[in-house]
Design a protein around this ligand. Structure first.
Ligand code: HEC
Length: 160
């Protein structure tokens, strides 16, 4: 949680590109209900309307044909030409292409779960659970600690 806030404030380059960000937002508004939150084909409506997984499955060469399909609809897939323009549909495809087809997660997205994968850390320090060392529990302040700080007395400079 604090790691995530820290990354956001520091403007770390793991932020999604603007097209991907907008594509994700549009997908979350219009498509997840059938195709699933992680685009694995398992949205709440997929029981009634079996919907194919989309994560990481559409390569950029197929974007033009796929935009056509989404505009026109197909079978139980609704037509989106009255709802979204082609550029925005393409942005959805750009975002979908960043997702891993198995997990439906973008491995480069700034999510704390991904940042803690043991890709760089070969030997976690003794006594830590692998993959969690970047988020020490002790930095979490107690409830109420974020309210206005008490007025502290002025101390002489620390000597060291
Ligand atoms: C009401 C459920 C529903 C919604 C909402 C929906 N889809 Fe679909 N979608 C489907 C179904 C069902 C199919 C399979 C259509 C067929 O070929 O019979 C499909 C097919 C597709 C395909 C083709 C996949 C392939 O492998 O051929 C793409 C791409 C797609 N949808 C993207 C989208 C996008 C993008 C959105 C949001 C803008 C969206 N869908 C919203 C149900 C839905």
């Amino acid at each position: 949680m604090f790691l995530l806030i820290g990354l956001a404030l520091a403007g770390v380059p793991t932020k999604l590109a603007p097209d991907e960000e907008r594509g994700e937002a549009l997908y979350r508004a219009s498509c997840w209900q059938c195709h699933g939150v992680n685009a694995l084909g398992d949205g709440p409506l997929s029981a009634a309307v079996p919907s194919p997984p989309l994560a990481g499955r559409i390569v950029s060469d197929d974007f033009p044909d796929t935009v056509d399909l989404i505009e026109a609809g197909q079978g139980d897939m609704p037509a989106y030409s009255q709802v979204l323009n082609r550029h925005d549909i393409r942005r959805i495809l750009v975002w979908l292409a960043t997702l891993d087809p198995e997990t439906g997660i973008n491995p480069d997205a700034p999510l704390p779960e991904e940042d803690t994968e043991d890709t760089e850390l070969e030997d976690p320090p003794e006594g830590t659970v692998e993959g969690t060392v970047e988020r020490p529990e002790t930095v979490v302040p107690p409830a109420g600690a974020l309210k206005a700080p008490p007025v502290l007395p002025v101390l002489p400079p620390a000597e060291d």
